[in-house]
Ligand binder design. Structure first.
Ligand SMILES: Cc1cc2nc3c(=O)[nH]c(=O)nc-3n(C[C@H](O)[C@H](O)[C@H](O)COP(=O)(O)OP(=O)(O)OC[C@H]3O[C@@H](n4cnc5c(N)ncnc54)[C@H](O)[C@@H]3O)c2cc1C
Length: 479
């Protein structure tokens, strides 16, 4: 008998606490709970009754393919496995369907993947790779857009307005605009601050913008519920309240221990994003930095407030700060705005983080200063070593694959990542040169602090580094 990997979490008996835990921190807790309530998000409050699921695992069972995590990555992986490869996966979700980022995001579906811009792709990988990567990500975006038309998810196909938060940032946007159009064939437009204020909204913080036509805002939870409904209609089983709390591999079979029984799987797709516990699998330990992002949703704006802020569009907005703000007017005329948050889960409820967002509302839209906040929440974004995702098989000797590391840009690309992950799990990735792109061909790596060699030894210091980087970025963004 060969045991290739053995791991038992250190958390002891599974928790029976079903309450939402505002302090959950993936670098501290072994896993995100078992059957915990959703975060108190606007999306949860407005998504309607969740689709039926298959309940917790209640006995030891066998499965061909297990998908861990039921966010948009996990559900699209399961959907495409069933739809395109005839494989009915079994999905294990620690809490509720789409409990992690997929019920907490800004819902901004961009023509992007990871945090790097197209000009940064060229710097990093050269023009040829950048062009191939663009083709791949654009195809993924078009696929996402088609899905948003099939699924009832309040989709708004209004593009993306990228706002310069100070005049000097217009040079950066002009360059990005040139690269997008001349090199990649897009048709972005540069707008003056006056045009933004006249045609989109009276955003007082902006010095001008780049408008890209590609961008679909969605209700992310309705969208993920839609993926789940499609997947279940094809025979996929979704087991909620079933966290993987131990993982042993015996003779190539993965024994995934959940509170209700062991699931024995031949192949495993890990789709746990920023909620990947340090103990889930040694191949993933310290390979992602989970970063908290905060979001608020105001009460609906009155007609007088809509007039005063001149909101004329539901196009979503982000700004050029490194610690960027993302915002948009939602379907029912509430304003959603989000940005970075605390560094640790323990500190997440400190009012200073909420104040960062309410101050931004007052600065960007002065008539809304002090407006009532109806919803406030946060979630863990999965940041990889180079800010780009990885859809990979970390060890060719093991039947384990993952898709993660979107760095806060996963609403649209996660569905395409799920499609590619399904191809890999089904063994259909041979011979397709798209899998030579860096997001598919190289693994997640350990952190690299201050340009030094990559090493797991740096992992415990990542949050110190993050603390100083946040200070530095704030100075650079604001001073
Ligand atoms: C506040 C916030 C705002 C964001 N805004 C945007 C945006 O506007 N645009 C954009 O493109 N992206 C945004 N993102 C990122 C985006 O939401 C995600 O990239 C996207 O939803 C894909 O998520 P996922 O499916 O990979 O992971 P998740 O949705 O986080 O799903 C992972 C799931 O794995 C489960 N899990 C973890 N461990 C275990 C275990 N041991 N056993 C079983 N299950 C487990 C978790 O419970 C969780 O439900 C935002 C994220 C946050 C937090």
């Amino acid at each position: 008998m060969s045991i290739t990997q053995s791991m038992q979490f250190t958390s002891g008996a599974p928790s029976t606490d079903r309450r939402y835990d505002p302090h959950y921190d993936p670098l501290v807790s072994a896993n995100p709970g078992a059957g915990r309530a959703y975060a108190p998000t606007y999306w949860v409050a407005s998504a309607g009754t969740p689709p039926a699921d298959d309940g917790p695992i209640s006995a030891d069972i066998d499965a061909d393919v297990v998908v861990i995590g039921s966010g948009s990555t996990g559900m699209s992986t399961a959907l495409y496995l069933a739809q395109e490869h005839g494989i009915q996966a079994l999905v294990l979700e620690a809490n509720q369907t789409a409990w992690g980022c997929s019920s907490r995001s800004g819902g901004q579906g961009q023509n992007a993947s990871g945090r790097l811009t197209r000009s940064q792709w060229i710097e990093r990988w050269g023009l040829d790779v950048a062009k191939k990567l663009d083709r791949e990500i654009r195809t993924g975006f078009e696929n996402f857009k088609a899905l948003t038309q099939e699924i009832d998810c309040d989709a708004t196909d209004g593009g993306h307005l990228y706002l310069a938060h100070r005049p000097e940032k217009m040079a950066y946007l002009r360059n990005e605009h040139r690269v997008r159009n001349e090199t990649f064939g897009y048709e972005t437009r540069l707008l003056s601050a006056e045009e933004v204020r006249r045609d989109y909204c009276d955003e007082r913080d902006t010095a001008g913008a780049m408008l890209e036509a590609e961008g679909v805002g969605v209700h992310p939870l309705k969208f993920t519920f839609g993926l789940m409904r499609k997947a279940r209609a094809l025979g996929v089983k979704v087991h909620t309240a079933s966290p993987v709390q131990g993982w042993t591999t015996v003779n190539g079979v993965h024994h995934l221990r959940t509170p209700g029984g062991v699931v024995r799987a031949k192949r495993v797709a890990v789709c746990t994003g920023g909620y990947t516990g340090q103990g889930l699998n040694p191949m993933l330990k310290n390979k992602l930095l989970p970063i908290l992002s905060n979001s608020v949703v105001t009460r609906p704006l009155t007609q007088a407030e809509l007039d005063a802020t001149n909101f004329k569009s539901h196009t979503f907005l982000t700004d050029t700060r490194t610690l960027r703000f993302y915002y948009r007017l939602l379907k029912d005329n509430r304003l959603q705005l989000g940005s970075r948050s605390s560094i640790t889960g323990a500190d997440a409820q400190d009012p200073v983080h909420l104040k960062l967002l309410t101050d931004a509302i007052a600065r960007k839209f002065p008539p809304l200063a002090g407006i009532q906040i109806d919803y406030s929440w946060w979630g863990w974004v999965d940041v990889s070593h180079d800010m780009m995702p990885r859809i990979a098989r970390p060890d060719p000797a093991q039947t384990v694959w993952h898709a993660m590391g979107y760095g806060g840009n996963g609403v649209s690309f996660s569905t395409w990542a799920g499609k590619r992950l399904a191809e890999r799990v089904a063994g259909k990735d041979g011979g397709n040169e798209v899998f030579q792109l860096p997001i598919y061909s190289s693994p997640l790596e350990y952190p690299n602090l201050f340009g030094m060699v990559r090493s797991e030894a740096f992992a415990p210091f990542r949050r110190f580094g993050q603390y100083f980087l946040y200070k530095w970025y704030w100075l650079r963004d604001e001073k």
